[in-house]
Design a protein around this ligand. Structure first.
Ligand SMILES: [Zn+2]
Length: 82
């Protein structure tokens, strides 16, 4: 199963086939995993991913376990169903 590559930052446009864009704002994007992409933190498939370049961000509606990952300029929140 392919893992998201964070080596040179995360560019979700490289995962056009696997990730479905749910919402996009100036400094954040929320995407649904419609393939079996694997979380870079725990190695399990994730449900959705939020990626942001914002310095601060409040989140609501996240249920269940989630993982964090970061690149030089981004924070990624990956949610899991269990
Ligand atoms: Zn994870």
């Amino acid at each position: 199963m392919p893992t998201i590559d964070l080596t040179d930052g995360f560019d979700y446009h490289e995962y056009r086939e696997q990730l479905k864009l749910i919402e996009e704002t100036r400094d954040a994007a929320h995407l649904e995993n419609r393939a079996d992409l694997v979380c870079p933190a725990c190695g399990r498939p994730f449900e959705a991913i939020l990626v942001t370049t914002a310095r601060t961000r409040s989140l609501s509606g996240i249920n269940g376990p989630f993982c964090l990952a970061r690149t030089a300029e981004q924070v990624l929140v990956l949610t899991h169903s269990e």
